[in-house]
Design a protein around this ligand. Structure first.
Ligand SMILES: Cc1cc2nc3c(=O)[nH]c(=O)nc-3n(C[C@H](O)[C@H](O)[C@H](O)COP(=O)(O)OP(=O)(O)OC[C@H]3O[C@@H](n4cnc5c(N)ncnc54)[C@H](O)[C@@H]3O)c2cc1C
Ligand SMILES: *[C@@H]1O[C@H](CO)[C@@H](O)[C@H](O)[C@H]1NC(C)=O
Ligand SMILES: *[C@@H]1O[C@H](CO)[C@@H](O)[C@H](O)[C@H]1NC(C)=O
Ligand SMILES: *[C@@H]1O[C@H](CO)[C@@H](O)[C@H](O)[C@H]1NC(C)=O
Ligand SMILES: *[C@@H]1O[C@H](CO)[C@@H](O)[C@H](O)[C@H]1NC(C)=O
Ligand SMILES: *[C@@H]1O[C@H](CO)[C@@H](O)[C@H](O)[C@H]1NC(C)=O
Ligand SMILES: *[C@@H]1O[C@H](CO)[C@@H](O)[C@H](O)[C@H]1NC(C)=O
Ligand SMILES: *[C@@H]1O[C@H](CO)[C@@H](O)[C@H](O)[C@H]1NC(C)=O
Length: 534
């Protein structure tokens, strides 16, 4: 569940355009390749083939196609697959061994490692209609979107000792459920919804056809121009309280969503990301995995893709160029786009550059998948009356622990359907490792296959008033500077669109839609999306 801003009923453009795509050069051998002869053609290096890096290649290719900017693009990723955290988030199977087996077909987890069983594709990763780049990409690339519904059986909120709230409507039905109104009243849900709506409307201006190009060179300034300074400088709890939302509503439904989406409590995470995690309607995922969008970005961008190629250093060369060192050797570039969380890359850069990227802790998330023959968690496991039905999607709040109670052992626990008659797959997100002993106790010994994965999933997002720099040096840009502001697949594609505009302006006196002042042609288009349309 993620940036599930209220979907607007916008018709989806269907016309695919003609692009002079070159079949890209996929080479994942990772072997040392001969240095190219120095040529004069400008070259851009992109480090990271996740949402940010793959879309950066795509945006550059749009400018090439429109204005004939002659530039070569090299994309590096240390892993042997495209998609970064998005692929992992979706399929939870980023081990090299598995990815190698089916590179480009996407990787899936087979319960019990048995390939005759249906592969488990667990949709942690969703996007919504206001995520216009993701939405548009699915249409343009002829991928299939599916409604993302965890299950129809409802949700519950667990505080570690009590089941506080249950709804049969499922996550996307709670806003107007009679039960919610009864427990939380009318005002709190309405005010929260208004808060999410306001944020969404501002968010949509980032795609707009207005004369002012939506580019920014400073996230602090972007934040204030969107009137979000107040949101990012307060916790979600503080902000919603000041809007007159009740403590109970914040502690239960709001905190359940910040915990499932970002592994953080409502009194820890800033209110902009809090708004992003409130999830009313329209969640979608790409059939077969969202990472296919990122594969297509690369496939259609004429970029050279170097998988399994870790970048080890980036250093200045003569004439303002940059030398990127990797298993391929040292290559010289006009510009570099770093599209990975800097502190996790182990890339050596000059001190003037590293000094500009403040330490950024990430939430370390444990994902546990397992199968069970129980169709729901036995209420006795939670010391609840035998008549209680535990809903298939269990979210949590920290409120019990805040008041001296016990903290839930997990952030969320949800059923994801059957793998065979009478055997279900369940997924747990947690801060700590979930032991087999605990699972066995909770599920009455009825636990089959278990699969674990750990991620540095998303930044720790406390209230703040400053953000990392986007441009770290001339010709050196940092996509993931956006993550402490908002961290999602969609916003990484927005951050890279902005960076490509800045970079093209710096080096080629152009932008994705041409030099500043170039008349826009498509602004009358229904569902105009800046960058896809000009
Ligand atoms: C469990 C989980 C659930 C999530 N759920 C959602 C969701 O529902 N919706 C949503 O929108 N977002 C979700 N997210 C967040 C989302 O996945 C990320 O915000 C987004 O994918 C980040 O994209 P990125 O390209 O910026 O970074 P990444 O995807 O991290 O890509 C960075 C890439 O750089 C590569 N790299 C790193 N170092 C080097 C090096 N030295 N040399 C070469 N390559 C290098 C990495 O291998 C990686 O592929 C989730 C994340 C996780 C982990
Ligand atoms: C990745 O590189 C390593 C070391 O160079 C090599 O052993 C491995 O086979 C490569 N994997 C792929 C998928 O190319
Ligand atoms: C990939 O790299 C290897 C090692 O340099 C090379 O032999 C091979 O020809 C390359 N593949 C392509 C498609 O160029
Ligand atoms: C794999 O699953 C199939 C289908 O359920 C089953 O018939 C087969 O016995 C399983 N194989 C193994 C090795 O368990
Ligand atoms: C998209 O898919 C449809 C149905 O599979 C097919 O008819 C159509 O030609 C495809 N369009 C493009 C642009 O690939
Ligand atoms: C961004 O703006 C803030 C506030 O005006 C300022 O303190 C900061 O230095 C700016 N960053 C850059 C890189 O200009
Ligand atoms: C990339 O495009 C080529 C040519 O259209 C196609 O053969 C190949 O399967 C595509 N790869 C992916 C990963 O979509
Ligand atoms: C707008 O249309 C004109 C004429 O067809 C074309 O020359 C120009 O490149 C277009 N501009 C953009 C931004 O696509």
């Amino acid at each position: 569940m993620r940036v599930s801003l209220l979907a607007l009923a916008l018709p989806v453009a269907s016309g695919a355009f003609q692009l002079p795509f070159k079949v890209p050069f996929f080479n994942s051998s990772g072997q040392q390749q001969p240095l190219r002869p120095t040529n004069t053609k400008p070259r851009i290096a992109i480090i990271g083939a996740g949402a940010g890096g793959s879309s950066a290649a795509w945006w550059i290719s749009k400018a090439k196609e429109r204005f004939g900017i002659d530039v070569e693009i090299d994309v590096y990723d240390k892993e042997s697959y495209v998609g970064g955290r998005a692929q992992c988030a979706f399929l939870f199977s980023c081990s090299t061994a598995q990815a190698t087996k089916s590179a480009y077909k996407g990787t899936t987890v087979y319960p019990y490692g048995n390939t005759s069983l249906p592969p488990v594709e667990l949709g942690a990763s969703i996007f919504v209609k206001v995520n216009k780049n993701m939405w548009r990409a699915v249409d343009e690339f002829n991928l299939t979107r599916r409604d993302f519904r965890e299950n129809g059986g409802g949700l519950g909120i667990w505080d570690g000792e009590k089941l506080l709230f249950t709804s049969t409507g499922g996550w996307w039905g709670w806003w107007d459920s009679a039960k919610a109104l009864l427990r939380y009243g009318f005002q709190s849900p309405r005010r929260t919804q208004a808060f999410v709506d306001r944020m969404t409307n501002k968010f949509l201006t980032l795609y707009s056809a207005e004369s002012e190009t939506p580019t920014w060179d400073n996230i602090t300034h972007l934040s204030s121009s969107l009137s979000w300074s107040d949101l990012v400088s307060k916790t979600t709890s503080e902000y919603l309280k000041s809007e007159g939302v009740s403590d109970k509503f914040i502690a239960e439904l709001v905190e359940a969503s910040t915990r499932v989406n970002y592994g953080q409590n409502a009194d820890e995470i800033h209110a902009l990301e809090g708004a992003c995690s409130l999830a009313p309607t329209g969640a979608s995922a790409v059939e077969g995995g969202n990472f296919q969008i990122f594969e297509q970005f690369l496939n259609r961008s004429s970029a050279n893709l170097y998988l399994n190629t870790s970048v080890t250093s980036i250093n200045p060369a003569s004439k303002g160029q940059w030398v990127v060192e990797s298993a391929r050797g040292a290559e010289t570039y006009t510009a570099v786009i770093l599209a990975a969380p800097y502190h996790s890359t182990n890339i050596e850069v000059p001190a003037e550059i590293s000094a500009q990227v403040p330490p950024q802790p990430y939430v370390h998330l444990h994902v546990t998948l397992f199968t069970t023959t129980l169709s729901s968690i036995p209420p006795e496991s939670f010391s609840l009356p035998a008549s209680t039905t535990i809903p298939p999607m269990l979210l949590t709040t920290f409120e019990g622990a805040r008041n001296g109670g016990k903290e839930p052992e997990f952030n969320s626990m949800s059923y994801h359907g059957l793998i065979s008659e009478g055997e279900w797959v369940v997924k747990i997100f947690s801060k700590k490792r979930i032991s087999q002993k605990w699972l066995s106790k909770m599920f009455d010994g009825q636990v089959g296959w278990i699969y674990r994965k750990e991620w540095d999933a998303y930044p720790v997002l406390p209230p703040t008033s400053s953000f990392p720099n986007i441009k770290l040096a001339p010709g050196f840009y940092y996509v993931n500077s956006f993550e402490p502001f908002i961290s999602t697949m969609e916003t990484e594609t927005l951050a890279s669109r902005n960076i490509v505009d800045l970079l093209l302006n710096e080096k080629f006196n152009s932008g994705i839609c041409g030099p500043q002042g170039t008349p826009r042609n498509d602004t009358k288009k229904e569902d105009y999306v800046y960058g896809w349309d000009c």
